[in-house]
Design a protein. Structure first.
Length: 114
């Protein structure tokens, strides 16, 4: 699934637009993605991501990069052989589109605001 546009608070994926945080798997878009602690990505927030069995997970940390990925979460992903790329959502969007050509199983978890 290609991301066609992103701006603060809004993302377009294919023909659909979303105004809440999303998870993009090879099969679907999960909208209204909420985390246990708003600006921190915890292990408890990863169930649907891990179920998709990605080789790579791109985390968009927000327009200004406020979402944090704690060391415990990084270790959890590494122990499951999931490569983590975390960067601002502005940088994550083109990276996700580019890496889809290299990896069959890539997932993006994108915070759309701050």
């Amino acid at each position: 699934m290609k991301i066609s546009a992103y701006e603060f608070g809004k993302i377009s994926i294919g023909d659909a637009s979303f105004t809440s945080d999303v998870i993009i798997t090879p099969d679907r878009v999960i909208d209204s993605w909420w985390r246990k602690q708003g600006h921190e990505l915890n292990i408890e927030d990863l169930d649907e991501i891990v179920q998709a069995k990605p080789e790579v997970l791109i985390v968009g940390t927000g327009y200004y990069g406020r979402l944090q990925v704690p060391e415990e979460t990084r270790r959890y992903l590494k122990n499951r052989d999931i490569e983590l790329i975390d960067t601002t959502t502005r940088e994550a969007v083109p990276e996700f589109n580019r890496l889809q050509q290299e990896y069959a199983h890539i997932v993006a978890a994108l915070h759309l605001t701050c």
